[in-house]
Write a protein that binds this ligand. Structure first.
Ligand SMILES: [Zn+2]
Length: 453
């Protein structure tokens, strides 16, 4: 039955691509409310056409499109697909080989803004749902889909919507396809991401810069004061020495350790590629650091004027930081630890520490859940390749809305090619990846409906 379904999906790839082209041609940059709304209406029609009963919800931002197909089997699990129909601004336009909103098929790829990020990926879900019903019959699980139009600018309206519609979004698993496959073409799966919090420190030691001869040795130097302050925050070997910085950090589970043991690992190659002297971590340490440890990064440092030889004592110095937070950590708590640490240091001057931007919370799902294991197996079956499962990705995504606001397990299974050029000119989705995506979703739906295993 699955074979027949896969054959059908392959045989219909041309019409699937035509639909993706039409979808990509909507210039749905979130700031263009009219085009984005039209794109949302088009999405509603595509979902309806696939047998999904769909509603467009107006928000204070762009619409949220929600659809569902209940299963005949009340006992069946509910899978909630998430995607976003808004796209990154296409600039710089002169670097595109074909216009970003006139999708073009070339050399086995569909080029256009949003082809991979994220229209091609969630359209794959919709087309799989349609194909499944046409070839196999009723979908064996309850299916829900939520598509938003503000992801590229931080998903500001998603959390309020989720808080207001808890019952509507109730599910056993949230399934997210965004981002690329591993560069080898092997599928990647992950169950969470680190959070991020940004802050700045400013040190001011005098009302003006001073002559380093006339006042050298008597007037405090803001650059030295900042350097000393930074020095107090780390042991110089990667460990942060701010009291409470590692509070609430969870150990990896045995299953997570097992997953880590199977992730490709080549630190020598990585070091060579980026001109890094040494990356002195074994596989376990390497991935534990990325998946399960918070970091404090100095993003920028400034004091004086680096372009000139001036013999001055700078009066001001500043640094910007990010902290990558791991599951179970609270950004407010970590920031209060930073503030307390700075207060305790003896700085000859005024220190101003303040947060910047919005925090993004960490998110993590327990990969040991039976439904997660079923998805891992189904993705492996669909690709004919064992997926690389990285328990947590190092970067930050707004997935806490699923795991923390709605308390739902969430799994990320990207479908785009590694060189999809998302957020860059000449964004594209390989036809093979699009096809494989449709097949994968169909296989996952089928596997989740199999109550036997
Ligand atoms: Zn994006």
């Amino acid at each position: 039955m699955l074979n027949k379904l896969r054959q059908y999906i392959k045989a219909n790839i041309d019409s699937s691509l035509e639909l993706l082209k039409k979808y990509v041609n909507y210039p749905s940059v979130a700031t263009d409310a009219l085009s984005t709304h039209q794109c949302a209406e088009f999405l509603v029609s595509v979902m309806e056409e696939a047998g999904i009963s769909t509603t467009l919800y107006e928000t204070s931002g762009n619409p949220i499109v929600f659809g569902e197909i209940p299963s005949d089997n009340a006992e069946a699990p509910t899978i909630l697909f998430y995607g976003h129909y808004d796209v990154q601004p296409p600039e710089p336009l002169e670097e595109w080989f074909s216009p970003p909103f006139e999708a073009e098929l070339r050399e086995g790829r569909l080029y256009g803004r949003g082809a991979g990020d994220n229209k091609g990926q969630h359209l794959a879900h919709i087309l799989a749902i349609k194909a499944y019903q046409e070839i196999v019959g009723p979908i064996p699980v309850h299916v829900k889909l939520i598509m938003e139009g503000d992801e590229e600018f931080g998903s500001a309206y998603l959390t309020p919507f989720a808080q207001e519609h808890r019952e509507l979004l109730k599910a056993d698993l949230v399934y997210i396809s965004d981002g690329p496959l591993h560069e080898s073409g092997v599928p990647l799966i992950n169950f969470g991401n680190r959070g991020v919090m940004n802050f700045s420190i400013e040190v001011e030691t005098a009302t003006t810069d001073h002559h380093s001869g006339n006042r050298g040795g008597v007037i405090p130097n803001a650059a030295w004061e900042l350097v000393n302050l930074l020095h107090s925050m780390s042991d110089g070997r990667g460990k942060i020495t701010i009291d409470g910085f590692y509070d609430d950090v969870l150990q990896a589970t045995d299953f997570e350790e097992e997953l880590i043991a199977n992730i490709p690992y080549d630190t020598q190659e990585l070091a060579k590629t980026y001109g890094v002297k040494e990356i002195p971590f074994n596989r376990r340490e390497f991935y534990e650091r990325i998946c399960f440890q918070p970091t404090l990064s100095i993003n920028s440092l400034g004091s004086g004027d680096a372009r000139l030889v001036k013999n001055t004592i700078p009066a001001k110095a500043m640094a910007k930081f990010d902290i990558r937070l791991v599951a179970n950590q609270d950004p407010e708590h970590v920031f209060s630890c930073v503030q307390r640490h700075i207060k305790k240091q003896e700085v000859k001057g005024n220190v101003h520490v303040y947060k910047e931007g919005e925090d993004m919370l960490p998110s993590k799902t327990d990969a040991r859940l039976p439904i997660c294991r079923k998805v891992i197996d189904a993705v492996g079956e669909a690709f004919g390749k064992r997926p690389i499962v990285q328990p947590v990705t190092g970067g930050s995504l707004p997935n806490a809305v699923w795991t923390d606001v709605l308390k739902l397990p969430a799994i990320s299974v990207p479908y785009a090619n590694a060189d999809e050029n998302n957020h860059a000119p000449n964004e594209n989705m390989q036809v093979d990846c699009f096809l494989q995506g449709i097949i994968t979703t169909a296989t996952v739906l089928h596997a989740l409906g199999d109550q036997e295993s």
